[in-house]
Design a protein around this ligand. Structure first.
Ligand code: PMP
Length: 543
């Protein structure tokens, strides 16, 4: 008998297996679900007249790959909130069973348990808000909880629970399902326990935090397949809305992953900067960091939360679950400055000229992130290594950070990928420049051995491209030379810029590289913020 069978509510065990068959084969006549046969009247959402797959196979597979587990060990839920609720409903009999939590922690565990009529046994973090496995075991062992929730890093205190502690607790409580909630795992750097989720260890993950999909409501439980089968029985029949499934698959496209990683790194750096700034505030007794948030311990957190709310800054204070402080999410540059201002910390307004672009067509899928005011990181993967090298030259010589990935139809020809990447980069630069205040119009000429290249740029809002030069070979390093003028035309069109390129030389490699370098150098001058940020380099007053 599996542990799941021993622990489950008998009435759930007695239910027939849930039918989570995949999508019908193409050509199937679908008269089984009392759906409306007509396409929806919502633009771009023609498929939503049909019910979604109960467990969308593609998303289940993608999440299984992401977390390094088998699809049968993973249940895709409406956020990890839903996974918590499903577990409690599958295992806890009202008025008989209980769960255990380690307070202060995420309030939903106790909330869902109480709605189910289950008891809640409470262990506590230490007085210093550290995790003490022995103390937890001592507090919960006699109560034989059906589920023990361990949140790592913990919401709201940021406290990590070491993997060794989770394993040791799971071993010490063989009749309890230990649930490791890794909602903030991507921000912790600690390895996930997902691949160890068998027997009495369940792992929860979510796309709400690191992947920026809180509104799509996608999370999952990773567990032994016998537990997944039980969860399936208590889940509503079609839990995931079709647009959310599509959004999750989009967001997890391989070309999106470098940007997710870059954003996590950025939030962590911002978190540490915020913590350092707030450390100077007398009323804040202690700052704890974890996940994408800070926990500010103060004498009167209710009052602090109220004062922040009065300044239109919403933070989280839970008098019951975490009475000792307020939890503050790391926000955007602007949000963080608003928070600091409430404490009288007037951070100088740093330039914030960045843009993210996602551009999907039938031929290419591109995601890029550009920040004109940071030189790092530069991660470029267009699928064409020589083109990557050229774009890296542009970013390096222009002095901006660029994360760019493209999944394109290279099996046909590099044309689509090269053209679309140039368009997307131009869009990103245009977006990042915003109203163009503080920027100039520039040109640059440089030699490269026998070659001379000159690029003139005017960020005029009027696209124009002129290329003077010729190549004697068909391609350089896999980049067709006839694409070089085309790239500058695509950039000019999508940036709204006039770009003049002249190149002369004997060696095509030198010629191509010199064009991109000179373009980078000219861009560096054109996008550099000059002394007065509010002046436009045009007598028209608009560019
Ligand atoms: N677990 C923890 C620890 C959380 O903080 C949250 C949300 N704040 C969740 C789970 C639920 O996340 P979601 O339902 O968005 O996946």
């Amino acid at each position: 008998m599996t542990l799941a069978a021993r622990l489950a509510r008998p009435e759930i065990l007695a239910l027939p297996p849930a039918d989570i068959a995949g999508a019908p084969l193409p050509g199937t006549v679908r008269l089984d679900a009392n759906e409306n046969p007509f396409a929806s009247l919502v633009a771009g959402q023609t498929g939503i007249n049909r019910y979604p797959e109960p467990q969308p196979a593609a998303l289940r597979q993608r999440l299984a790959d992401l977390y390094g587990v088998a699809p049968a060990s993973l249940w895709v839920a409406r956020g990890s909130d839903d996974a918590i609720d499903l577990l409690i409903r599958a295992f806890c009999r009202p008025a008989v069973d209980c769960i255990a939590i380690v307070e202060p922690t995420f309030s939903a565990y106790a909330q869902f348990a109480r709605v189910q009529g289950a008891g809640v046994i409470t262990a506590r973090l230490t007085a210093g808000l550290m995790f003490d496995a022995d103390a937890v075991l001592a507090a919960v062992a006699d109560a034989a909880p059906k589920l023990l929730f361990l949140c790592t890093p913990n919401n709201p205190t940021g406290t990590p629970v070491a993997a060794a502690d989770v394993r040791c607790i799971a071993a010490a409580l063989p009749d309890t399902l230990v649930v490791a909630d890794e909602a903030y795992g991507e921000f912790s750097g600690a390895p996930s326990l997902a691949s160890e989720a068998t027997d009495n260890l369940v792992v929860l993950r979510t796309l709400s935090k690191a992947y920026g999909l809180a509104g799509a409501r996608i999370g999952c439980a990773i567990a032994d397949p016998s537990i997944i089968e039980l969860i399936a029985k208590v889940s509503p029949p079609y839990p995931l809305p079709t647009p959310s499934i599509a959004a999750a698959l989009d967001a997890l496209g391989p070309e999106r992953m470098p940007i997710h990683a870059e954003r996590v790194a950025r939030l962590l750096a911002d978190r540490d900067r915020l913590a350092a700034a707030l450390a100077t505030v007398a009323e804040i007794e202690r700052i704890r960091v974890g996940g994408n948030f800070l926990f500010l311990e103060v004498a009167d957190p209710a009052d602090l939360a109220r004062r922040l709310a009065a300044a239109a800054v919403r933070v989280r204070f839970r008098a019951n679950a975490a009475p000792g402080g307020v939890r503050v999410t790391v926000g955007s540059e602007v949000d963080n400055r608003a928070l600091l201002a409430v404490f009288g910390l007037g951070a100088p307004s740093p330039p914030n000229r960045r843009a993210d672009v996602v551009r999907d067509t039938k031929e290419t899928r591109i995601a890029l992130s550009v920040d004109l005011d940071r030189a790092e990181p530069r991660h470029i993967d267009s699928g064409i290594p020589f083109f990557d090298h050229m774009l890296d030259q542009v970013a390096a010589h222009a002095g901006f950070s660029l994360t760019l990935a493209c999944s394109g139809d290279l099996g046909i020809d590099p044309h689509h990928s090269i053209e679309d990447v140039a368009i997307a980069l131009g869009q990103g630069l245009r977006q990042a420049l915003g109203d163009k205040r503080g920027i100039g119009r520039f040109g640059f000429a440089l030699p490269m051995d026998e070659t001379r290249a000159e690029v003139l740029i005017d960020l005029s809002g009027r696209p124009f491209a002129k290329f003077n030069g010729s190549f004697s070979t068909a391609a350089v390093g896999g980049l067709p030379t006839d694409m070089v003028p085309h790239i500058f035309r695509s950039l000019a069109d999508s940036m709204g810029a006039a770009i003049h390129v002249s190149v002369a030389g004997d060696n095509d490699h030198h010629q191509v590289e010199a064009c991109f370098k000179a373009f980078g150098r000219a861009l560096r001058s054109a996008v550099a913020l000059e002394g007065k940020r509010d002046s436009l380099p045009s007598t028209k007053g608009v560019l």
